[in-house]
Design a protein around this ligand. Structure first.
Ligand code: ZN
Ligand code: ZN
Length: 85
């Protein structure tokens, strides 16, 4: 009769101390699981992921709008500005 005497003591993950910032006030996205410590990151997240609070850069010549001014510039250059010089 074999008796399993090998008792493995419960080993806490002593090497891994989780650095949970409990005092941190998280800014949580109400549309997905995203959360961040910085509110401006949440605002950016909302704008990029959920189109909330986006300052659109609208094309004056067509329906196009971009979240970034650089995108609108590119659009203008590609679609509307003819390099005639
Ligand atoms: Zn989100
Ligand atoms: Zn346009």
């Amino acid at each position: 009769m074999r008796v399993f005497t090998q008792i493995r003591p419960f080993e806490p993950l002593s090497g891994q101390i989780y650095k949970h910032d409990i005092r941190v006030k998280w800014h949580e996205c109400s549309h997905c699981d995203y959360k961040t410590k910085a509110k401006q990151n949440l605002n950016r997240h909302l704008a990029y992921k959920h189109d909330i609070g986006v300052k659109w850069h609208e094309c004056p010549y067509c329906e196009y709008k971009a979240k970034e001014k650089g995108c609108l510039k590119k659009h203008l250059a590609n679609k509307h500005i003819k390099m005639t010089k």
